[in-house]
Design a protein around this ligand. Structure first.
Ligand SMILES: *Cc1c(COP(=O)(O)O)cnc(C)c1O
Length: 809
């Protein structure tokens, strides 16, 4: 069926699309059918599809202007988009038409889709959330702009060499990007450094350096082409690209360095997840894209509404974590210095316009900047932050705050070298501060923001994360989508909550069998891909046990690996038992400077080499480390997973979204009571998830009290044997001490509670085995997972933001 757009776009037939592709191939790609290579067809197909999208895009934009409505602006340092071709085709309702049009030329759409590089402008969950949100905003017909940076090199490409991670630059723009449009008319000057000078009865900032920010737009299509919004990414150029005077004066180097300084702003994405980067270039990147976005927002408002004082009536600005929180100071500067508002009036407009999402409680991830650096780079913003701080602290004193409370609330950390606290700046400058899962939001109130919460008790609220069911069910798992459609009809495609219609059919044997067949087919396809790319053979009949996510100690890939070693031991010592065949699949990138995370990757590969080549396990256990985990790989692996590993130390994973994708595709979760796992458990029911381990409260109590991991380890034979094997070099005979310090960390301190949770985890894994042996029970659990996680659609999440924070629905 062709697109039945509510914008009145006429449906396109496959022969019209074919003619369109041929026209584009000739006129834009510059090839005829005989000379065209695969890549030429790929470009022609995207250009032709893009033309269809552009009509809907213009209509969406015009409709917003005509209605004079409020727009949502989502500011995010990261957008982990992945590929767009399948997504755009599917949402435009043109997949079949494109397949047919290409088949007429002997081309396979799936092959062309594989040619598209992943747009990997993000590290992990935070960036992927922003991408899911953009799709849901368009689907819910909310006028919205995403604002970020057009990184020339996104997330690095990971290779595994001799078991070690090697980072290579990702050159996703090497062959051009057919989705984007450069908007040279939307260019803004961004300043750095210099000084603040008196001007009339106010002041102005006279920056020492300037660069130009130019918009590059990508259309974002919602489900059924209902609306097309804009993802606006900024690129940087020197103010005068030719610098003719410098060249004429013979200062070639000076001109060149200006060019390089501008380019460096958009050169790379910082590859650290869950830790603050701290370098000057990072602060420059944050200010660069935030200032360009704020100028663009204010410019649009003044152009269409006239009066900057009504900004909050027409604009809702959401800050995705603290990376864009300098927006608070920049908006104040625009309102006060440029548009002449009184400070108090500007402050009210600012708070009503801005809202902030917190993503982590990890202390190492909370952004702070040394005050001298901040002041040197952004002298006027520093003054504004002081002014805001004195207002806030005055308010706090009036309510009777103690000195300790004042010190915690202050925008300046005075405890050591003075630093600017970006989370506190975002908190005070916003009318809404939200966490990303119920547990995380409660912990925010009790920990990082306890004193700010006491001062502003209605500001913190929860918006549990979600994922778009278009990409994470329909597009990545068409087989399952068809089976569900046959079972309950197509209503769930428009409203994922309708998946609950499956609940009554959980015990239906025929449905269970069909869902199992689809899972099997997905596992065969993944096994074939792994055989082809890695040369490892997997048994699709085995339980596929998957942990794919960034490598981080709090996510506890190490706990999974220790249990893998213990299982390996057990299988060898008890060959007579009926072991459930398992394939342990790991994937994920480590920050290049994160030593222990990189060591954990090496350990996974060392264990894999030993286990996979040991004939005595008889194929009952296989371990695979898939290289270069990214969005496209996730779309391939998740539909093929039986078991989803969500085993973070309780209290440390803010939400997780991988957990939601797996459940939506019928995997059972083995997990701790952390992040959104808590809410997944509430929805799927205790019998359809395997929960183990310490609670967040128990972890906190252990850390505060006298926790003795060594004693615990000595009491657990399985654990002490597994740890000794790893520490003594059983898996690293070439370097027996390789894992000594990693394992010693567990004996000495065990901050992440691997020892404390090991026995419960191992027992939970054997419970998974038992459940797996009961085929009918497992299938019913798969159905109950799928039926009950429609709530984790990002449409539901965005609906809540829209009603409760942005007031646009
Ligand atoms: C969903 C997703 C994540 C987030 O996974 P978590 O398990 O929630 O950490 C990270 N990377 C990619 C590529 C994803 O698709």
């Amino acid at each position: 069926m062709a697109s039945e757009s509510e914008l009145g776009i006429k449906p396109v037939t496959s022969s019209e699309l074919d003619q369109h592709i041929m026209r584009v191939l000739r006129n834009r790609v510059g090839k005829d059918e005989r000379a065209a290579k695969q890549h030429d067809w790929y470009r022609a197909a995207i250009y032709a599809l893009r033309d269809e999208i552009i009509d809907a895009w213009f209509k969406s934009t015009r409709r917003t202007y005509d209605a004079g409505g409020k727009r949502v602006y989502y500011l995010s340092m990261e957008f982990l988009i992945g590929r767009l071709l399948r997504d755009a085709l599917s949402n435009m309702g043109l997949t079949r038409e494109m397949e047919k049009a290409l088949a007429a030329h002997g081309l396979d759409l799936a092959e062309l889709e594989e040619m598209e590089p992943d747009a990997a402008l993000g590290n992990g969950g935070l960036g992927r959330l922003a991408a899911c949100f953009m799709e849901s905003l368009a689907t819910l017909d909310i006028p919205a702009y995403g604002y970020g940076i057009r990184y020339v090199n996104g997330m690095f490409r990971q290779r595994i060499e001799d078991g070690w991670q090697v980072e290579l630059p990702e050159t996703w723009l090497a062959h051009g990007n057919p989705w984007e449009f450069e908007r040279v008319e939307s260019t803004y000057l961004i300043g750095f450094g210099g000084e603040v000078v008196a001007h009339g009865d106010g002041v102005v900032w006279d920056p020492a350096e300037k660069v130009e920010a130019t918009a590059v737009d990508t259309p974002v299509v919602g489900w059924k082409g209902k609306r097309v919004n804009t993802l606006r990414l900024w690129t940087a150029n020197p103010v005068d690209p030719l610098k003719l005077d410098a060249f004429n004066a013979g200062d070639h180097l000076g001109a060149l360095s200006e060019q390089m300084r501008a380019e460096s702003l958009v050169r790379v994405l910082y590859p650290a997840d869950s830790s603050a980067a701290g370098q000057e270039l990072r602060l420059r990147q944050e200010y660069f894209f935030t200032a360009a976005s704020i100028q663009d927002i204010v410019r649009r408002h003044v152009q269409y509404a006239g009066d900057v004082r009504t900004l909050h009536e027409k604009a809702a600005i959401q800050l995705n974590d603290t990376h864009p929180s300098v927006a608070v100071a920049e908006l104040m500067r625009q309102l006060v210095d440029v548009h002449g508002l009184e400070f108090s009036e500007a402050w009210e407009v600012c708070k009503k316009t801005i809202s902030y999402t917190n993503h982590t409680l990890l202390p190492e991830a909370l952004e702070t900047w040394p005050l001298p650096l901040f002041e040197r780079l952004l002298p006027r913003h520093m003054q504004i932050i002081y002014a805001i701080n004195s207002r806030v602290l005055r308010e706090a004193r009036k309510t009777g705050c103690t000195d300790a409370q004042i010190a915690a609330i202050s925008l300046i950390d005075e405890s050591g070298e003075r630093r600017v606290r970006m989370a506190n700046l975002a908190f005070v400058g916003a009318h809404s501060v939200n966490g990303v899962a119920a547990l995380h939001t409660e912990l925010m109130k009790e920990t990082v923001f306890a004193d700010l919460h006491a001062l502003y008790p209605t500001r913190i609220n929860n918006k549990t994360n979600g994922v778009t069911p278009r990409r994470w069910l329909q597009q990545c798992n068409p087989g399952l989508t068809e089976v569900i459609k046959d079972a309950i009809g197509p209503a769930f495609l428009d409203d994922a909550a309708r998946l609950s219609d499956l609940q009554a059919m959980a015990e239906d044997a025929a449905l269970g069998e069909r869902i199992d067949e689809v899972k099997r087919a997905n596992k065969v396809a993944l096994a074939e891909h792994i055989r082809r790319t890695m040369g490892i053979r997997l048994d699709p009949g085995a339980l596929f046990d998957v942990q794919i996510k960034r490598i981080h100690e709090y996510k506890r890939q190490l706990l999974n690996l220790i249990e893998t070693v213990a299982l390996y031991d057990q299988i060898r010592s008890h060959p007579e038992r009926d072991w459930v065949p398992r394939v342990k699949i790991f994937g994920g990138k480590a920050a290049p400077s994160y030593h222990n995370a990189k060591l954990i990757i090496k350990l996974a590969n060392d264990i894999a080499r030993r286990v996979n080549s040991d004939p005595s396990v008889g194929g009952l256990l296989k371990v695979v480390y898939v290289p270069n985990y990214n969005v496209s790989y996730a779309e391939r692996i998740i539909p093929a997973a039986d078991l989803s590993e969500q085993i973070s130390t309780a209290g440390m994973e803010a939400s997780g979204t991988g957990n939601m994708k797996f459940a939506l595709n019928g995997a059972l979760t083995i997990g701790t009571l952390d992040g959104a796992n808590v809410e997944i458990k509430e929805r799927v029911g205790d019998d359809n998830i395997v929960i183990f381990g310490l609670t967040a409260e128990e972890v906190a109590a252990k850390r505060a009290g006298e926790y003795n991991p060594r004693e615990l380890i000595e009491q657990s034979r399985e654990l002490s044997q597994a740890l000794s094997a790893i520490a003594s070099g059983v898996f690293s005979p070439d370097d027996p001490n390789r894992y000594h310090s990693l394992i010693n960390g567990i004996y000495e301190n065990d901050w992440f509670m691997c020892a404390a949770d090991f026995d419960a985890y191992a027992a939970a894994q054997r419970e998974v085995d038992d459940r797996w042996e009961n085929k009918a029970g497992w299938r019913a659990s798969m159905i109950r997972n799928i039926a009950n996680v429609g709530w984790f659609s990002s449409d539901r999440t965005i609906g809540e933001y829209a009603k409760e924070i942005w007031k646009v629905l």
